[in-house]
Every structure is written in C-alpha cells, then in structure tokens.
Design a protein around this ligand. Structure first.
Ligand SMILES: Nc1nc2c(ncn2[C@@H]2O[C@H](COP(=O)(O)OP(=O)(O)OP(=O)(O)O)[C@@H](O)[C@H]2O)c(=O)[nH]1
Ligand SMILES: [Mg+2]
Length: 417
C-alpha cells in the first residue's frame, strides 16, 4: 500500500442575498414586497472514479472554490442556485481534517460522492419574509457563507499483486524489470524498507505490483520488518512468491514463508499464489527446477531470471490469468453523503471578557450572517431574533446593564434595556 497525501483548502459557494424591493405599478402607489430569494451556493463534492491512480490533480489546485448563488432580484425573481463543483478522485481516497484527528469520509466505490464543503443557503427576499404582522418588510436576508476548511486528503493505493519472499531473492529486481518502479537493489538483506508500487502494463491491460520488504522467520512476532509488511500483503489479490535458486534450500524458504503467513492469518494460505523460481542463470543442475515443481504441486510455478530478463513473458501471462480468475470487486454506488466537520456547538454562548459580553454560537452565527447591517429594519429584526433565541434574558442573568457593550462576532453593540 502506497500513500499519497495532499493538503488542500476548500471553500463552498456563498448563498445569494435575498432582495428587498417593492412592486410599483401605475396608479398603485404601494404594491407590496417584490424581492426574490438568493440562490444556494455550490457545494464541493468528491466523487470516486475507477481507473484514477493518484491525487496529483489535487496538487495543482491547492484551493478549490465553488460558485456563489445568484442574488435574488426584483419582480419576485429568485437567484439561480450555483452548480456544485465535482472533483474526481481515485477509489481509496480518505478525507481528514487538517491535522488528521478526524476522518471525514472515505471514497471506496465508483460514483460515490462525498460533500466536503457545503454551499451556503440563499437569503430570503422580502416576499418570503412577509408575515401578517409585517406584510411589507423593508429588508431581506443575506446568503449564508459556504463552508470553508483546510483538509488533508490521503490516497491508499491497493496493490493487485504482492511479491513475497526471503530477503535478497530478487523481488526488487523483478519489479524493476516488470514495471516503471525503480527501487534500490543490492546484495544485502533488507535492502527494501518500504513497499514500492509499480504499474505493470501489457497492451491494454495493467495491474499494480507491490515490492515488499523481505520476510524472515518469526516475522509474525515482529522479527525483521515483520508485521508491518504482513499488513500490506493482506490486501493483495494475488501473491507472487519468489524463491532464490542460487541458495541452498529454496524449498525450505518456501515453507518458512508460508508458515509465517499462516501464523499471521491462516486465510492468507488460500490466496492465489504463483511461485516464481528466480536466478535460473545461476542453476547448473537441471533437476533443481523440476524437483521444486514436483514438490510445489499446489501452485503454478514459473522459472525466470530477473537479471537476464528471461521467463518474464510467461510470468506476466500467468499473473494476468490469475487476476482474471479472481476479479476485484469494485462496488458502484450512487450516493451523496454530507459530513459535518465540527462537533455540534451550543446555539449561543456568552463570555464576559474585560467588561464586554461576547456572544458566540451556531444559531447566532446563522442569523448574524443573514442580516444586512446597513438596513435599519433588518437590524431591528436581528434584535427580535436575539430575543427569540433567549439571548436577552441570558445576558440579564449574567448581569448586563443598559449601556454595557455586547460583542457579536466582529460587531459591538450597546445593550439597551
Ligand atoms: N544472478 C542473479 N542475480 C539476481 C537475479 N535477481 C536479482 N539478483 C541479485 O540478487 C541481489 C538481491 O536482489 P534484490 O532485488 O535487491 O532482492 P530483494 O528480494 O528485493 O531483497 P530485499 O529487498 O532485501 O528483501 C542483487 O544483488 C541482485 O542483483 C537473477 O535473476 N540472477
Ligand atoms: Mg528489495
């Protein structure tokens, strides 16, 4: 499994502002409210797409912004909703908050959608705000801001095929001749410390091959690179078990590696496995290969030389065939999921800082954002809404007096009882 990680900022679109206007007709002096609603802001949606391999596209757009909703208009016309911004991502994409303390969601299926930043609601125009007590309001709501956040996006690429075997049997050499991967190759054990992935292509077919650190006895107890490596192999659909023909007892190595798999999880022994006898260029006894083929009768066996690049065509064919017989299950779903990042906050909260009453909270934020503070009537409505939320009473309980300062986000008001 190979991990790609990108940090990006997403800002959903703002809702359009509602319109405050009046109907004006000939001979009708005062025709009632006539302002339409603002359209909703666009959301930013991640969508899973089979066949995509990396997050590289996200690296080139560090800040993704969605469109704003259109403002409401006169004659009762509503502003248009903004379209959503759809970002295609590979399957296996995981979205976290910035410091990765919270997982937002995971894309595992083709077509699956995840809303990562929700567009703001459009503000209501004065037609929608009219009530029997105030049939012609002289104000409208502003649109809500779109959600905005920095998030860390991670991709876990799952390999189709994993290379198993003792250290130094030639796993990295093999991936280097089969794929575009260029891992370190050397004649000492544990040259490979991290899994390397390579894409193996043949005409119109391809698979992802993982070169993994060598496995030794008691790996399942943490010897060598042990357990970390076994966790990676678990996810591969097919194993290619590499044996070194130039060593004294390749069959014993085969059994030992199988034993380690079994100790980790007996189910791994049932995974389709191809045995690859490597370093045929070092074999001077014809019986060695046929002996091994006879002993390992439960699996297909291919003899190759990674160094001299012989037998590779047969090996590739066999891998493709085995993959075809064990297709990957790619779920396809048609689903949109909305995630809320922050834990639910209080509707409002009051803190007294240096004699100033500071108000915060989600419900308060919403009505605050919707208010057009350049409009007297809108401000009066805001004051009524504060009362409706119980904020006046709560302030009095805290000991507020007429003339005290009350701070609501970036505005400071004078409290008048
Ligand atoms: N003669 C011969 N040598 C080979 C062949 N394949 C690999 N080697 C050599 O074997 C040594 C180990 O090769 P690697 O590919 O690093 O082995 P590995 O399995 O990745 O080893 P670890 O990463 O340590 O687990 C290197 O010196 C290679 O050149 C082969 O087909 N023939
Ligand atoms: Mg290696």
């Amino acid at each position: 499994m190979f991990v790609d990680e990108v940090k990006i900022e997403v800002t959903a679109g703002r809702g359009g502002n509602g319109m405050a206007s009046y109907r004006r007709e000939k001979y009708v002096e005062y025709g009632g409210p006539w302002g339409g609603n603002g359209g909703h802001g666009g959301s930013i949606i991640f969508q899973g797409e089979e066949g995509r391999q990396t997050l590289v596209d996200l690296r080139y757009q560090r800040h993704i912004k969605a469109k704003n909703g259109v403002n409401g208009m006169s004659k009762g016309m509503h502003g248009k909703n903004a379209g959503h911004t759809i970002v295609m991502v590979p399957l296996g994409t995981i979205v976290f908050n910035e410091d990765k303390s919270l997982m937002i969601g995971e894309i595992t299926a083709h077509g699956q959608q995840l809303i990562v930043a929700k567009g703001g609601k459009g503000g209501r125009g004065n037609i929608a705000l009219a009530t029997s007590r105030n049939p012609a309001p002289g104000y409208a709501e502003k649109g809500d801001p779109g959600e905005s956040r920095i998030m860390t996006v991670e991709l876990k690429v799952l390999a189709d095929v994993g290379l198993l075997g003792y250290p130094s049997v030639g796993k990295s050499t093999l991936i280097s001749v089969l794929s575009n991967a260029r891992p370190k190759i050397a004649a000492y054990p544990f040259t490979t410390l991290q899994p390397n992935l390579g894409m193996v292509e043949s005409q119109d077919r391809s698979f992802v091959l993982a070169d993994l650190p060598g496995l030794i006895e008691n790996a399942h107890q943490g010897h060598g690179l042990g357990i970390r490596f076994l966790r990676h192999i678990e996810r591969c659909r097919v194993f290619v078990h590499v044996l070194d023909l130039a060593t004294e007892n390749p069959y014993e190595a085969y059994l030992n590696v199988r034993h380690e798999l079994e100790q980790y999880d007996p189910k791994l022994l049932e995974r389709p496995e191809i045995v690859c006898l490597n370093k045929t260029d070092q074999v001077f006894d014809d019986h060695l290969i046929s002996d091994l083929e006879a002993k390992i009768s439960e699996h297909p066996v291919v003899a190759i030389s990674a160094l001299e690049q012989t037998g590779l065509g047969d090996l590739k064919e066999l891998i493709f065939k085995t993959l075809d017989q064990n297709p990957r299950f790619i779920p396809v779903i048609d689903e949109v999921r909305a995630y809320t990042f922050e834990a639910e906050e209080e509707p409002f909260a009051i803190t007294l800082v240096d004699g100033v009453y500071e108000l915060t909270g989600t419900a308060l934020r919403t009505i605050f954002e919707r208010t057009d503070f350049s409009n007297e009537e809108a401000i009066r409505r805001f004051a009524r809404q504060l009362r409706g939320l119980g904020i006046d009473d709560a302030l009095r309980e805290k000991g507020v007096k007429s003339g005290d300062s009350v701070k609501i986000f970036d505005y400071v008001f004078e409290f008048i009882d």
